[in-house]
Design a protein around this ligand. Structure first.
Ligand code: AVW
Length: 257
């Protein structure tokens, strides 16, 4: 029963011509470079596609290691936005609304690689040159799936490049805002380079009846997990205050919390 259901849910549909994965990726890449002209001369969308495809095409969709994306990471050239890098965990919607409205902070999904791959699903098959955008393994179905390995690799590169003061927006409406099994907790925090980063500033997003505060034990673990040379701070900020700031174009970024 269960294995039949998994097999059926994984029935692939090959990409068809105009919506093909290559076209989607190259188009998104060119759109991004058109909006970030300063990055245009150092990045080539065709080269990025080739490095991306090389990571997973022809491989079993449960056997794509994180390192397969090393050439892709090397193919992209972007200067880190020192003092403006925003990490997040379980706050996806609000962080992206925030960076969309205020240009002061930058998430991985606002960089070239993160922007291009955001919201996409992809996989191939062993010994096949086809690419698929449906019927691919889910995030937890198998660990070495092409999408999960990509985000693990891209997150590691983003965190390694972080510099100056970094911000992390965490969710104060859940029992464990800092989860050691999340990408932020298991990969990004471990890649922070104390010689490049001065401070980690946690913004704990809270709602009306939340009881979680900056004293939460998971946040004490975060404080202990980072290098003692880094300055750690945490601030509880009501979600409503951030949403008001997002919708008020007059409010400067620095006044949001
Ligand atoms: P997240 P992270 N099933 O909000 O710290 C399906 O937990 O991990 O934050 N999709 C999943 C699963 C799952 N079990 N777990 C994670 N995801 C996907 C990159 C899903 O797309 C940035 F730089 C979810 O929305 C952040 O600082 C996303 O991963 C950091 O990593 C985030 O999961 C956020 O990763």
């Amino acid at each position: 029963g269960v294995s039949v259901a998994v097999a059926l849910s994984r029935r692939n549909c090959a990409d068809s011509n105009d919506s093909d994965l290559r076209t989607v990726i190259i188009t998104k890449c060119k759109t991004y470079l058109a909006a970030h002209e300063e990055k245009s001369s150092s990045n080539n969308c065709e080269e990025i596609w080739t490095a991306f495809a090389g990571a997973f095409v022809g491989r079993d969709p449960c056997d794509v290691p994180v390192e397969a994306y090393d050439p892709l990471v090397r193919a992209v050239s972007e200067k880190p936005a020192c003092n403006r890098m925003l990490f997040w965990s379980k706050t996806k919607d609000i962080v992206h609304q925030f960076t969309e409205s205020k240009k002061c902070l930058v998430t991985l999904e606002d960089t070239l690689l993160g922007f291009v791959m955001n919201d996409l699903t992809w996989c191939s098959k062993n010994n096949s040159n086809e690419t698929f955008t449906t019927g691919c393994p889910g995030w937890i179905e198998c660990e070495k799936n092409p999408v999960r390995s990509f985000w693990n690799r891209a997150s590691a590169a983003f965190a390694e490049s972080a510099c100056g003061d970094v911000t992390a927006m965490l969710n104060g409406s859940i029992a464990t805002p800092f989860n050691v099994n999340s990408i932020f907790g298991s990969i990004e925090v471990k890649k922070f380079d104390p010689s490049r980063i001065r401070a980690l500033k946690v913004v704990l997003v809270t709602r009306g009846n939340d009881t979680v505060t900056c004293d939460n034990s998971s946040l004490q673990h975060l404080r202990e997990a980072i290098d003692p040379k880094l300055t750690y701070s945490c601030k509880e900020v009501p979600r409503s205050k951030i949403l008001d700031c997002i919708s008020d174009p007059e409010k400067p970024c620095g006044d949001c919390w």
